[in-house]
Design a protein around this ligand. Structure first.
Ligand SMILES: [Zn+2]
Length: 333
């Protein structure tokens, strides 16, 4: 009797134990499966992050307007969706006369309090525009890099920096950031040409505030010392892009068969209309304005191995134009 009871009790509980063991086993399998999925997805995510380099090109942005706030919001959304690694400014960072000290309130009102999306807590590689230079104020943007703002990267008035992209073969991208307000001097132009000539990166990208070609109000800027010779130097060295601003519009100018694409992203806070005279100048030089829009926005770029995807985004976050560019320095080209 006792044995029967014991057996019955044992069988009842053994069944429960087996059930528990089965449940535990199922749970363990589920946990292992989930862990494997997480690990796999992590590797995929790392590959995705490492395999692509995305960044935003923003110009003529430091002017307190409803445009600026809306562009900032759209930038945040794009940066998050594309896992942007940095922002590249093309100058006129602070209107109307730059910042006059490290404690100038404009640091907050035109920059920190505006670009608040967490996805924009990334490095801002900054380039100087003509408005940043008033009264010798440009030096405070360099000092900010050294002393007060971890996001703000401007080690000098002009400089180069390199980023790496990892997937398969390592891809390097070098940016030549010029101070084109000083291009009236032969010395600055000499530095720019030397920098693009000595660049041994897979991709070389030139950056400056003044465009060398533009159908906007300012046009291909005559204030640059011999901008046509810089354009020729960039094309000879197979520079993929020249990013600029100054004209308050979004524009893509291309020759079609020459290696360099001219991209203007100058509508971060202000707008200018197109100039027919400037457009004629572009055409006379043998180039085509593939896209022009006088609308608040920015340019987003994603480089994956030897292909770049360049998107023009308006203040509503809409992609209003895009094009693909193969690396002109790639061996297959
Ligand atoms: Zn300007």
């Amino acid at each position: 009797m006792c044995q029967v009871i014991k057996t019955a009790w044992y069988e009842e509980h053994d069944q429960k134990f087996r059930q528990v063991r089965t449940d535990n086993c199922k749970m363990a399998k589920t946990v292992v499966f989930v862990l494997l999925m997480v690990i796999s997805l992590s590797f995929l995510w790392i590959a995705k992050v490492q395999g692509k380099t995305s960044f935003i090109v923003l110009g003529d942005w430091g002017y307190n307007s409803s445009h600026q706030a809306k562009v900032a919001k759209a930038m945040g959304e794009w940066a998050e969706a594309n896992n942007a690694r940095f922002v590249l400014t093309v100058g006129d960072n602070f209107y109307n006369e730059g910042v006059s000290s490290l404690t100038d309130p404009l640091w907050n009102t035109l920059y920190r309090d505006v670009y608040v999306d967490p996805s924009l807590n990334i490095t801002w590689y900054a380039c100087l525009g003509n408005h940043d230079h008033y009264w010798g104020n440009a030096i405070y943007q360099v000092k900010a890099h050294q002393t007060m703002d971890w996001r703000w990267y401007m080690p000098n008035l002009y400089y180069t920096f390199e980023v790496q992209d990892h997937e398969g073969d390592q891809v390097t991208i070098e940016f030549i950031v010029a101070d084109t307000e000083n291009c009236k001097s032969k010395m600055q132009m000499k530095w720019m040409k030397k920098a693009i000539t000595r660049s041994s990166a897979d991709w070389t990208i030139a950056v400056g505030h003044h465009p060398v070609l533009s159908s906007g109000k300012h046009g291909g800027t005559p204030t640059m010392y011999s901008s046509s010779s810089y354009r020729k130097a960039m094309e000879e060295e197979k520079v993929a892009f020249y990013f600029s601003g100054h004209d308050h519009s979004l524009e893509h100018i291309s020759h079609g068969t020459r290696p360099t694409e001219y991209v203007i992203s100058g509508s971060g806070s202000k707008l200018y209309d197109r100039s027919e005279e400037s457009l004629q100048d572009v055409v006379d030089k043998g180039y085509t304005s593939e896209f022009f829009e006088s609308t608040p926005g920015f340019v987003g770029v994603t480089i994956h191995n030897n292909v770049a995807n360049v998107t023009f985004v308006d203040k509503g976050g809409n992609v209003i134009y895009w094009f693909l560019k193969e690396n002109p320095r790639a061996a297959t080209i």
